[in-house]
Structures are given as C-alpha cells and as structure tokens.
Design a binder for this molecule. Structure first.
Ligand code: ATP
Ligand code: MG
Length: 572
C-alpha cells in the first residue's frame, strides 16, 4: 500500500480531545476517528488491526470447536421481557420502535437471542454440547463514554455461548473458553491476568475476568499481598472482624444540619469507623430495604441487586422522605417505618455505634447493632478497601487499576428456564439447557496494546496484530534508481507474504521516520540513494530499535528471521 495514495492521516500534535495514552496514539496515528461521543469510525489502519485481532479470536474459537454465526444487531422486546432484562438493563439499552409501534432494542449482548435459537434448534441430549460464537457490533448507551474506544457506545465484541446438558459439561466448556482466552491474549502480546468477577446483569454464577494492568483502567482489582487471590472489586470480598466501641445505652444527640459521614465524624470528633451508614434501597412494587454499613465503607450495589433483584437502587431524596419521613442524612434503623433491615457482617458484634436517629437533625449514639436494630440477616455487602484482610489467607489486600478485556460467565439455567430452551435427556425427561457466556472486546485489545506497549514516539504493535509487517521508507522517491530498487524490494517482500506500507511521499526523511515510529509497524526497511550507493539497506526493529545494514538480496531473509523471532516471543 502506498502512503501517498492512502487515507492515513497522521497528526503532528497530540489531539486535544485525547483522554488517555491509547486514545492519543490511535487518534494521532489515524487509526480511529470519532463521530460522536462513544461512536467511532475505524480508519483503514485501525480496521486492519481489528481484523487481525478478529482472526486470532476466530482461530482460537474454532480450535475449541465453537461454530461461528451472526445474530442480528437488533431484537424485539419480547425476548427481553421474558428474561426480565427489558427492565433490568435500564438506560444502558438503546431502544426504539418500528413503524408499527413495536418495541425493539439494539442488542447490548445476545444471551436472549442465543437462547431463542437454542429453544428452536436443540431437542435432545444428543444435540449437546454446542458452542456458538459471533464477532459483532454491540450497542450500550454508557453513562460516560470515555478513553476513545475503551468505553464506547458502539463496539465490536466476540461473544460466545456454550450449551450443555449438565454441570460437568458446563465446567468443561468454561475451561475450554478459559484456555482459548489465555491463547488469544498471549498471541495479541498483552500482559494480562485472570481474576474472579461478579456476574452483574448476566447472572449470579461463577465468573472470571481477563484484565490488563494499565494506568487509566476503570476496573479496580483487589489482590492479596501474599496469596493468589485476585478479584474485580465488584465481586471481591474481604474478611476481618470488628468489635465496635464501648457499650452504652442509646441516647440522642443533636446534630443540626450535619448529615454526611464526614460531617458527622468531624462534628462529633469520632472516627468514621464509629458511624453506621443507613442506606435505603427501593424498587418499583417491592418493599424498601435498609442497609447498614460501617461508615468508612461503600456499599456494593451489585451484591444488593444480585440478592434482592436488579430493580433495586439506592433511594433518591424524595423516596427516602416518602419511606422514612426524614431527610437522607438522618435515617437509621431505630425508626418505626416499614423496611426490611440488613447489615454488613462486620457490624454483627458492633457496639457503641452512631447513626441517624430517624429524626431530622438528630443522631443516636450507643447503638448496639444486634440489640437495637431488627436486622433480618447479616452478609458481606461492603466494597473492599486496601489493607482489608484476604479471606483466603488473612494477609492484607492491595488495590490496582486495570482494564477489563474479557469476561466469562457460568449462566446456568437463568435464560433457558425463562425462555423455555429445554432438551430431552436419556430418560426422556425435559430439562433446561445449561448455558455459559463469554465475551471479549476487540477495541479494548487494540487500545490495551497501545497502553502497555507504546512509547513516547508512538505505537509499538506486536507483529501478530500490526496493520502491516513492514514500513518501507523510500528516500528521494523521485529518483529513478531509488524507485526501481523500492519496487524490487517491495515485490520480493510481498511474494514472501509480508504486508507492506510504502512511504513514497515527497516529504522530508524526518517526517517519514517519525510517522513510521508513530504507526508502530514492527519492521522498517530504508531505501535511499546512500543505501543504493553502498549496496546496504537498513532493516530496523520498532520495539528494540535494533538496526542492521544488509545487501538488497538479504533484506527478505532478514525480515523473515525477525518476523519468526517476534512471533516466537508471542507464544509464551
Ligand atoms: P465494563 O465493566 O467495562 O463496563 P462489562 O463487564 O459491562 O464491561 P461485558 O458485558 O462483560 O462488559 O462485555 C464483554 C467485553 O466487552 C468486556 O470485557 C469488554 O472487553 C467489552 N466491552 C464492554 N463494554 C464496552 C464498551 N462500552 N466499550 C468497549 N468495549 C466494551
Ligand atoms: Mg464484564
């Protein structure tokens, strides 16, 4: 491909809208272009990277016996109503009506559609196991589209789904996907880890995420400082015990206009650990819940939703007033309003605590949770913090940022039961199909490689996913001898199966070298009058900067050796 004829448009300056390292490089190198918030065009270079990632993903799924199909990007609402997710998915789902007024969505994921196919196609245990995958565009109206293609509203996902007759089968499918994922991220040159995860809106079964440590990552990982415990904070749990403070009778204290944890803590000169957060959750048509949590922790909403239903959300001020009759900062468990009370397990033995008195401008002190609050059940509902105790080994945990690249879930029978995807077992009994679902974000792989590998000069693509293998810098392309030599070398490289980009532009050598660094093509061959005169051409490696000067007929062989060595490095 000739640079002079291409749509590649590199930028000299860092674009102002860039929000992260990868975003900056992808925009500057002309890999992507934003159309609107979270909506992008993949320009030819970016699309080539994505297609190569796609091919690796395809090969590794075919290797585990998965079959590729393509489901529609839009779906009628009925399927989602059956699964309960027409409501659960909330504002993240793009919805629209057709000309007849029927409701549709742009699919944010495809469990419902797959289950509908399974309902129609799977009859007997002999049809199982099945594993289906697609590489397709997903739509999610993210609250905060950010970091270019990392959190966008339209993105490409590989999603696969396993269908099995029993738990043993599901475990096998899950393991196969885990192995495929490990091979995919390794081949893409990513430094990744696998961590425990929560199912979120997918379900409550076992789940793992594949994450990469990057500075701007939006996922937070809880990692034990001594054992192998690693979990996404959304699903992580830490242990520990808490005895509370001096036991005393409950008394009211006047706390005028002092409502938040930090305000109360400084007003009363007590540590946040002595305060109890009282948080009301409401859901349409369901009884409100009151959650009690030590003041220095945040509540894990996913835990509450998974336990009580996805329609539960922290109540708004108006809802709090309607339920309890008092302002948000002053609610507490000692009031006489109709809620079910649950408490974080750290509060089980807590005495001498302080919380809202359920009366405006008042708190109570001396609260002994088990004595004074009608707690229905204690469970771990807190978001872990650095320094908490690991549940596996008792050592302190650490927190770090990461980017989620993929996630695998054991769905079980949630969707098959709700959508009626059943099969007849050996004895003729009708059973729900046992499902798994597995996703990878393609753009996130592309961005992650930039985050992890790029240097101050630009991208450094692993040869497995690079848009081209070789960048041919042609100096003084108007000189006949130079263009003839460039023609011979590019022909030889193409015949040896290299993809090449020929920089034949009539501009300075400096710009060409800078652009070749910015675009991050792994191999560079320089052809110019000096090389022709000396009979030696520079072949250099983007990653290490290593340069060798070789004769014209040795260029292809050296490129082949380099390519083989670079590919070998990606096998580990
Ligand atoms: P996140 O927690 O980052 O919002 P998710 O857990 O909602 O992601 P999944 O439903 O597990 O995402 O989707 C599978 C994969 O699709 C993710 O691991 C990620 O690589 C990719 N992905 C999800 N949302 C986006 C998005 N908004 N933009 C780009 N890629 C995404
Ligand atoms: Mg996920």
């Amino acid at each position: 491909m000739k640079f002079s004829k291409s749509l590649i448009g590199t930028l000299r300056q860092d674009p102002r809208e860039a929000e992260s390292k990868s975003h900056r490089i992808l925009l500057r190198g002309g890999f992507i272009r934003q159309l609107a918030a979270g909506i992008h065009t993949y320009l030819p270079l970016g699309w080539r990277v994505l297609r190569r990632i796609e091919q690796i993903i395809r090969e590794e799924h075919e290797r585990i016996g998965a079959q590729e199909l393509l489901m529609p990007a839009m779906s009628p609402s009925e399927l989602w109503e059956k699964s309960g997710r027409w409501e659960e998915y909330g504002d993240d789902m793009f919805r629209f009506k057709d000309r007849k007024g029927r409701d549709y969505c742009l699919c944010p994921t495809h469990e419902e559609v797959v289950t509908e196919i399974a309902r129609a196609k799977v009859r007997s245990y002999r049809d199982l196991p099945q594993s289906w995958f697609q590489i397709q565009t997903k739509f999610r109206d993210e609250l905060r589209p950010r970091f270019g293609v990392i959190r966008s509203r339209q993105f490409i996902m590989k999603d696969s789904y396993s269908l099995d007759r029993d738990e043993t089968g599901l475990e096998k499918s899950y393991q196969l996907h885990k192995e495929a994922y490990i091979r995919i991220f390794t081949r893409c040159g990513i430094d990744f880890e696998m961590v425990q995860a929560s199912g979120g809106v997918m379900g409550t079964g076992q789940s793992h995420e594949f994450i990469a440590r990057v500075d701007g990552g939006e996922a937070t990982i809880v990692a034990c400082s001594s054992c192998d415990y690693r979990a996404d904070i959304e699903g992580a749990q830490t242990g520990g015990t808490f005895a509370g403070f001096e036991d005393m009778p409950v008394t009211e204290i006047h706390t005028p206009d002092v409502g938040t944890i930090s305000e109360v803590s400084s007003f009363l000169k007590v540590p946040c650990q002595q305060l109890v957060k009282s948080i009301i959750f409401t859901a349409p048509g369901k009884k409100p819940l009151l959650m009690l949590l030590r003041g220095d922790y945040e509540i894990n909403e996913d835990v509450v939703k998974n336990r009580f239903g996805f329609s539960y959300r922290p109540a708004t001020r108006d809802e709090i007033l309607a339920v309890s009759g008092v302002e948000p900062g002053f609610i507490g468990p000692t009031g006489t309003y109709s809620v079910d009370i649950y408490a974080d397990d750290l509060l089980k033995k807590a005495t001498g605590m302080i919380t809202g008195a359920n009366k405006n401008n008042y708190h109570v002190k001396g609260l002994n949770i088990s004595r004074d609050a009608k707690v229905k059940e204690y469970f771990n509902m807190r978001v872990p913090k650095a320094g908490d105790i690991c549940t596996q080994c008792g050592s302190p945990v650490e927190l770090y940022n990461a980017l989620e690249l993929g996630q695998i879930f054991k769905l079980g029978t949630k969707y098959s039961e709700r959508l009626g995807a059943t099969f007849l077992d050996e004895k003729g009994a009708e059973k729900p199909v046992i499902m798994g679902s597995y996703g990878i974000g393609l753009e996130r792989i592309m961005a992650c490689v930039c985050e992890q590998k790029a240097d101050e000069r630009g991208a450094v693509w692993p040869i497995s996913i690079s848009p081209y293998d070789v960048y041919l810098v042609v100096l003084n392309p108007a000189e006949e001898e130079v263009s003839a030599c460039a023609g011979r070398i590019s022909k030889a490289l193409t015949e040896a199966d290299f993809s090449i980009i020929i920089d034949d532009r009539d501009i300075s050598a400096g710009i060409k070298f800078n652009d070749s660094d910015l675009l991050g093509i792994p191999l560079r061959v320089t052809i110019g009058p000096r090389g022709i005169k000396n009979g030696k051409f520079d072949v250099s490696l983007r990653e290490s900067g290593e340069v060798s000067a070789v004769s014209e007929d040795a260029v292809v062989k050296l490129c082949q050796d380099h390519k083989a060595a670079l590919l070998k490095k990606l096998e580990k």
